[in-house]
Design a protein around this ligand. Sequence first.
Ligand SMILES: Cc1cc2nc3c(=O)[nH]c(=O)nc-3n(C[C@H](O)[C@H](O)[C@H](O)COP(=O)(O)O)c2cc1C
Length: 183
Amino acid sequence: MSRKALVAYATRLGSTIEVAETVGAVLCQADVFVDVRLAQDVTGLDEYVAVVLGSAIRDGKWLPEAVHFLKRHQKALAVRPLALFVVSMTMAQDTPENRETVLGYLEPVLGDLPDLKPVDIGLFAGEIDAARLGYFARRAVHKLGAPPGDFRDWDTIRNWAARISPLLLSATPGKPPRGASGE
Ligand SMILES: Cc1cc2nc3c(=O)[nH]c(=O)nc-3n(C[C@H](O)[C@H](O)[C@H](O)COP(=O)(O)O)c2cc1C
């Protein structure tokens, strides 16, 4: 039987989509089919052997769709390998303090869901396109002290995905070889 993994994501301005797609592309190299989907569009996890969920941060929090995804699917997630990632401007500077801050954003979420034991949590720098921000978003970003620009580091993202791939996918047989019957 072929395996399928899910990369679900939550975004406001789109930069997390390409992060999710990059993670999905790397997982594909491990002999697994991968769906990359908006978290709120996912209705069930039965078809997936492993799940990655990523979200942008807004105002010190994971986006509500990502939190809702974890709550809604918590039973299924408790019995599947799960990895999480966070996209934030705090990680534009990768320091131990900033890592702690970003992990702190997840604490209230994971604290409420003790059955979920992520195999890893990726912490990635995101993107701020100042031209796309309205007045209040601009003020929030200004308060944050985050510099505008694209700080996504594709090597860091790809390396993380390659590292978690065996943690997520080592348990079950892979997709059939190209040309195998039934494809
Ligand atoms: C209004 C606003 C609030 C934000 N708040 C935070 C924050 O509290 N902490 C942080 O590290 N990054 C914060 N960010 C940065 C975003 O997490 C980052 O830009 C991310 O790449 C956005 O992802 P998206 O384009 O997928 O929505 C904020 C960005 C905006 C526009």
